[in-house]
Design a binder for this molecule. Structure first.
Ligand SMILES: *Cc1c(COP(=O)(O)O)cnc(C)c1O
Length: 423
């Protein structure tokens, strides 16, 4: 039996209907933007393995930093102790974030980063004996698969089996172009109820919804409105963080600053699962008291794992390096040129570009479902042609690792262009 066959025997994959899926390629090696399966087929990883791997597979800078940490101190508990990589990483990250971010809380993945932010917002008001138990979020948001994160997500088929067991969330429309004034009005009406503890959003670009984009100007206004009504803002930068939008963070495009920020995905360059939630001093102070019960009661066993922190530090060094910064701008320019090249194609409904994110909507008679047949035909066409892309319904997006070569990126564009012939 090969790996694919054994996998089918033993493994249960995420978001996967195993009755119909068939054998999955077993990836045995990665280098740069390329992956190889056990049969020797080569793939371009055009979505950086779910957006986590900007510096390429088997990156030697990352590998050396991790090895060095593993042979110094691989792990120590963060309850009652601290460790050097965690202290150095927190200090470094805070210099890069909006200036109001003052405290760093570690966890393991994007969902837990969101969970921590939501719990902090709810407990902040509980500590003050103020009744604010609801959360505001966008339609079609994706914040993760744990219960709080799932409640604040709006992609219904991901969450509908769990309705009734979730945190009370009010969803408002996304302020895409033309909807800004309407959304600001809806937001203000909700804020006036005084029921909300926090507003959570994916800043500027909703990843899992299919790279749905909206402007920094309207988000600035929304943050300002929330502040006026004493509602905390949570920027979920799990997808947008670390260069994807052309700046280090999507919030760097804003004038206003959010109260909390969530990071994971590219935080450790695709090496070790880790996440961070950051807070303002005001939020942190809401938990200070002689009474231990006012402390934030949340934690994970692998909190601030030194190896993960060392990986994140190496990852930040790469992000700030001149070649990576140049690549980000270069990919952005190439996306713009590709957008110009195909936007008048009769099958192209719209194109969107933000930083290294490119998205394209293919014209369809009917609305396509997230994992529908058309989407599957596209997906298999890409895989057959050696390019990993995961369309969302009729939306094809590219989010390549920053080290992708011009030739590799051109191959991705060419395949996307050919996919416009698929019905
Ligand atoms: C992927 C994602 C999450 C969830 O992260 P996991 O590590 O999969 O739990 C949360 N928020 C956003 C914006 C994401 O893209």
């Amino acid at each position: 039996m090969n790996l694919s066959e054994k996998d089918q025997l033993y493994n249960w994959h995420p978001y996967t209907q195993h009755q119909t899926i068939g054998l999955l390629p077993a990836i045995v090696k990665g280098q740069g933007a390329l992956l190889w399966d056990e049969e020797g087929n080569e793939y371009i990883d055009a979505i950086a393995s779910w957006w986590v791997n900007p510096y390429g597979h088997s990156n030697s800078v990352m590998a050396e930093a991790i090895y060095k940490q593993l042979t110094t101190l691989e792990h120590v508990l963060f309850g009652g102790f601290t460790n050097e990589p965690a202290v150095v990483l927190s200090e470094k990250l805070l210099t890069l974030l909006p200036s109001n971010q003052k405290k760093v809380f570690y966890s393991d993945n994007g969902s837990t980063a969101v969970e921590v932010a939501l719990k902090a917002a709810l407990q902040f008001f509980y500590n003050k004996k103020e009744v604010r138990r609801r959360i505001l979020a966008f339609n079609d948001a994706f914040h993760g698969d744990t219960f709080g994160a799932m409640a604040s997500s709006g992609i219904t088929f991901f969450t509908e089996a769990f309705q009734g067991s979730l945190v009370d969330v009010c969803r408002i429309p996304v302020p895409v172009e033309g909807q800004e004034l309407h959304v600001l009005q809806v937001l203000e009406e909700q804020l006036q109820t005084g029921e909300f503890a926090a507003f959570i959003f994916e800043p500027l670009c909703q990843g899992a919804a299919g790279m749905v984009m909206y402007s920094p100007e309207v988000l600035d206004k929304m943050i300002l409105l929330c502040r006026t009504y004493g509602v905390f803002t949570i920027a979920d930068e799990v997808m947008t963080g670390f260069g994807k939008t052309g700046k280090n963070f999507a919030c760097d495009h804003l004038t206003e600053q959010p109260d909390m920020m969530c990071f994971s995905k590219a935080l450790t360059g695709g090496t070790i699962p880790m996440a961070i939630t950051t807070f303002t001093q005001q939020l942190f102070n809401g938990f200070l008291d002689a009474d231990v019960n006012k402390a934030l009661f949340h934690g994970h066993t692998f909190t601030a794992n030194p190896t993960g922190c060392a990986a994140a530090l190496a990852s930040l060094k790469l992000l700030e390096s001149e070649p990576i910064q140049a690549n980000i701008q270069h990919i952005h320019q190439r996306h713009l040129a590709f957008s110009d090249r195909i936007k008048n194609h009769p099958r192209v409904q719209t194109t969107r570009v933000l930083g290294v994110i490119f998205a394209l909507e293919i014209c369809r008679e009917e609305q396509e479902s997230y994992y529908g047949d058309f989407r599957n035909r596209l997906y298999h066409f890409f895989i057959k042609n050696g390019v990993i892309l995961r369309p969302v319904g009729n939306i094809v997006y590219i989010l390549p690792p920053y080290i992708i070569t011009d030739e590799q990126l051109e191959k991705v564009y060419a395949i996307v262009e050919r996919a416009l012939e698929i019905n």
